[in-house]
Design a protein around this ligand. Structure first.
Ligand code: ADP
Length: 246
């Protein structure tokens, strides 16, 4: 056991949201400072609904969300200064160039850091004179990340950031996550690519049918659920089949 306690900077408690054919049920978990938390579950399990609720882009029916110990609903503007997020649905104006979008967006952030912006622009290989319709899906994710990183977000909440990326860009992005966590950034990202979790996640939050089935450190998840020699992917596939007894 570690001799110190890493602070939770995001707490989600008993989040509920009902759609006609789906229910998010008492979703609770926390996100820790300087750690990477992977949010895994099959399509339709409720990952995007959870993430959008965490950002008030979807209004949950009930539940409590705190960032840095403060209620999100009561302090949304202040808290959003410290968050970077990408939900894949951010409206990129199709005819606007990246640099024009950035000119507008940066005014919203007191913490905008132009040198960080230029650094990540180069790292991601993005051309600021390109318009959104000239960008691939993967490049749009990179644009969202670019903006998040340029205002020194302390928490990154990313919905499927790796899914539109080629294996090389995915690897680069996971490498970047590892560097950011050393700077104390908390990263929460959803994925259905289990190898993403194996490569970089400190913690796993596993959702199935709108319910959190496990929220554990990567190591504890493995020790609790994996059968001898079973890969994380095989383990999660087995859990999805309802076979919980290792
Ligand atoms: P995931 O991100 O894990 O694929 P989602 O959170 O997107 O899952 O979706 C969970 C379920 O909620 C799906 O069955 C989806 O059809 C449903 N759902 C999502 N958004 C809405 C909505 N606005 N209205 C009705 N049903 C929705």
């Amino acid at each position: 056991m570690k001799g110190y306690c890493i602070m939770s900077i995001v707490e989600i408690k008993n989040l509920n949201k009902t759609y006609p054919s789906f229910r998010l049920k008492d979703v609770s978990f926390s996100i820790k400072e300087g750690e990477i938390t992977g949010f895994v579950g099959r399509n339709g399990s409720g990952k995007t609904t959870t993430i959008k609720s965490m950002l008030n882009l979807v209004h949950p029916d009930s539940g409590e969300i705190t960032y840095f110990g403060k209620s999100f609903i009561e302090n949304e503007t202040e808290i959003k200064q410290m968050l970077g997020y990408s939900t894949g649905t951010i409206a990129w104006y199709p005819r606007k160039r990246l640099k024009d979008v950035v000119e507008v967006v940066k005014r919203f952030y007191d913490t905008w850091d132009e040198s960080a912006y230029l650094k990540y622009l180069e790292m991601f290989g993005l051309d600021p004179s390109k318009t959104a319709r000239e960008l691939s899906e993967g490049m749009k994710v990179k644009c969202n990340l670019l903006i998040a990183l340029s205002h020194k977000a302390k928490v990154l909440i990313l919905d499927e950031p790796t899914s539109g990326l080629d294996p090389f860009s995915r690897d680069e992005l996971l490498g970047l996550f590892k560097r950011l966590k050393k700077e104390g950034v908390a990263i929460f990202f959803s994925t259905h690519i289990i190898s993403d979790l194996e490569k970089c996640a400190d913690n796993i939050v596993y959702i199935t049918n709108g319910e959190i089935a496990a929220s554990l450190s990567n190591e504890a998840f493995f020790n609790t659920y994996s059968k001898d020699g079973e890969s994380l992917e095989d383990c999660i596939l087995r859990l999805e089949r309802g076979e919980f007894n290792a």
